[in-house]
Design a protein around this ligand. Structure first.
Ligand SMILES: C[S@@+](CC[C@H](N)C(=O)[O-])C[C@H]1O[C@@H](n2cnc3c(N)ncnc32)[C@H](O)[C@@H]1O
Length: 395
């Protein structure tokens, strides 16, 4: 098993220091301290350097290091399946990130035969769950009462739907303090957050702490938290969201038919017959414009057959990009082409929508500004939930 297939990305030393500092004040004078997926245990080493030798240090690692930190016990085990009756006052971690699956598509493939066991062990597992979500759940379950966890993970759990159960799980068990630190891993294109979680407490605080430089800036502090999306809300973004009914109340947000469905349909060809149109993808979509000529999907078909894949292809409707970041890009498909990607808005009541007006509004600078303010770089792409919460234009 090579390092990459197990998601080994060492924690930069300044982040290690910042994380250890966040364990203060320590929940006990003598702490049991755990580092899951510890690699060569940089967090245990730094904890010992900061707080002295009077604590019990435990690491868990699939491939234990050749040299252990002094006084530490390192268990050679799969943390997600590790059973122990011990509970810990402090848990520090940089878990592996990635989807467990096949090597061609997903980074963490070395453990794919254990996926079914992981799912059984982890109640928050949903969809193509990212391994770090499972580590967070398992680590929180090992906290002693009032214990404190400090984990660095990608920021995606704050907003993606796959982590809805995880957010609810955390909200029910303790207080979350989230520090958005940005892209702190060299050569890894991941926007990260540090979570400080205190078992048995309540509420949510969100801090901006780019690169862990200077003092963290408090952006949001609430005494109660129910597991909703964690975003950079301000009075202005809250007022904007309340300014109209959420888009998701008035429209169904459907996803296009998948490549496999197109292939299985027998309706497509790799080269066009006379009268065929290209199956469109996100590359055909720009703000307020659709390129109906270029074929990026490599698939052609008769436009009249498109409704067999999705009935809504046959009606003019708004297509919204599954775009990177918090950018909203949309255009009305007046010509009713087949699509292999993107979100498709359909009026719930079945009554015709003012598509042109909605298109202009959703592409407007004001909408982009609010989305950017709330989601910054927390999300790798526009999600259905983000879109559903955009307020409709008034009047
Ligand atoms: C992101 S690295 C972090 C290492 C170290 N904690 C650090 O901060 O530098 C993740 C580590 O998790 C280990 N690992 C991956 N899957 C694991 C599992 N299921 N159980 C235990 N360790 C695992 C990898 O071998 C790797 O050393």
């Amino acid at each position: 098993m090579d390092n990459r297939s197990l998601g080994h990305v060492p924690t930069p030393p300044e982040i290690v220091q910042a994380m250890v500092a966040l364990t203060a004040p320590l929940p006990a004078s003598r702490c049991r301290v755990l580092e899951p997926a510890c690699g060569d245990a940089p967090l245990l080493r730094a904890f010992r350097a900061a707080y002295g030798a009077g604590h019990a240090l435990v690491g868990v690692e699939l491939r234990p290091p050749a040299t252990c930190p002094p006084d530490a016990r390192i268990h050679a085990a799969d943390f997600l399946l590790w059973r122990t009756d011990e509970r810990f006052e402090v848990v520090l971690g940089n878990p592996p990130y990635g989807i467990v699956g096949d090597a061609a598509h997903y980074p963490i493939h070395a453990l794919r035969e254990r996926k079914a066991d992981y799912k059984r062990a982890c109640h928050t597992w949903r969809g193509k769950y990212n391994l770090y979500g499972a580590f967070l759940e398992r680590a929180v379950r090992l906290l002693a009462p009032s214990g404190r966890l400090v984990f660095i993970t990608p920021a995606t759990w704050l907003v993606l739907d796959d982590f809805r159960l995880l957010r609810g799980f955390l909200a029910a068990r303790g207080r979350l303090e989230v520090f958005a630190v940005g892209r702190v891993f060299p050569r890894v294109n991941v926007s990260a957050v540090i979570l400080r979680f205190t078992a048995g407490a309540q509420g949510l605080a969100l801090y901006d702490w780019r690169g862990c430089v200077g003092a963290p800036r408090l952006c949001r502090d609430q005494p109660r938290y129910d597991g909703d999306l964690i975003r950079f809300e301000t009075a202005a973004t809250q007022a904007w969201e309340r300014s109209g009914a959420p888009l998701g109340e008035a429209f169904h947000i459907r996803f296009a038919a998948r490549s496999t469905e197109f292939r299985a349909s027998g309706l497509t060809r790799p080269a066009p017959d006379a009268g065929d149109v290209p199956v469109l993808t996100g590359r055909n979509l720009a703000a307020g414009a659709i390129d109906y000529a270029a074929c990026y999907s490599g698939l052609w078909m008769r436009r009249e057959d498109a409704h067999q894949l999705r009935a809504f292809y046959a009606e003019p409707h708004l297509v919204v990009g599954h775009t990177k970041g918090a950018r909203l890009v949309c255009a009305v498909d007046w010509q009713c082409y087949p699509w292999r990607e993107e979100y498709h808005l359909l009026p719930k009541a079945g009554c015709p929508a003012d598509w042109a007006r909605l298109e202009a509004y959703l592409n407007s600078a004001a909408v982009q500004r609010h989305l950017q303010a709330m989601y910054r770089d927390l999300t790798p792409h526009m999600t259905r939930t983000m879109l559903a919460r955009v307020p409709l234009p008034q009047g």
